[in-house]
Design a protein. Structure first.
Length: 220
């Protein structure tokens, strides 16, 4: 009986030895995941809603550039008043940069800015611009590119409308929510603020908060 038991144990051990050797040489499971990085050009038609010169204004425009890993965007953009007339014009252009948090999720947060320059033409009253009628008022026509809308030799008063043309620098930081609709299309909506510099007469009328909505196309 003892000899039979010993023989049985030896046979079991011989059967288990190859399995044990395979277990020792089998590689551990590797959790590493390799995924392609989405890089590519992106373009986004954009609409911004704001106030300019105390009037409701719609700015139509577009931004675009190179999007790296759906996160870093470097490019350019431009905007202009959609509801414009001879006394209500504004346009600006500049470089655009932004960074997206949660870019690979359904909903992300994008923060960035446009920095550049532009030009505007607005109608103001003489009193709003200068407060009074100083001696030699006609000289302001040359100094500030003003166009007086009075007839002939009509006297200039504080209520006289003046068409003002001004160049300006702009920095427009913005924070947006980015909703992925497909791999190549995202809805981009948020809020920003126009910081205006270099506009001697129209700076206060051009700066302000705005809401925006755009559709990003591309990026892979």
């Amino acid at each position: 009986m003892t000899r039979s038991l010993a023989l049985l144990i030896a046979l079991c051990a011989a059967a288990l030895l190859p399995a044990a050797a395979d277990a020792q040489t089998a590689p551990a499971s590797n959790p590493l995941r390799i995924e392609p990085i989405d890089n590519g050009l992106v373009i986004a038609p954009d609409a911004r809603f704001t106030e300019v010169n105390d009037q409701f204004a719609t700015l139509a425009g577009v931004y675009g550039g190179w999007l790296t890993d759906r996160t870093l965007l470097i490019g350019a953009g431009g905007y202009w008043l959609a509801n414009r007339d001879d006394n209500f014009k504004m346009q600006y252009f500049g470089g655009v940069g932004s960074w997206t948090i949660g870019a690979h999720r359904k909903l992300g947060l994008r923060a960035g800015a446009l920095v550049g320059g532009g030009n505007a033409t607005l109608a103001k009253t003489y009193g709003d611009l200068f407060g009074g009628i100083p001696a030699g008022a006609a000289g302001f026509d040359r100094d500030h590119s003003l166009s007086f809308r009075g007839r002939g030799a009509s006297p200039i008063t504080s209520a006289t409308l003046v068409r003002v043309n001004d160049d300006f620098f702009i920095a427009e930081p913005q924070v947006n929510a980015l909703l992925s609709l497909t791999k190549w299309m995202r809805l981009d909506a948020g809020v920003g603020y126009r910081l205006i510099g270099g506009a001697d007469l129209l700076g206060d009328d051009l700066r302000g908060i705005s809401g925006s909505i755009a559709v990003q196309i591309g990026g892979r």
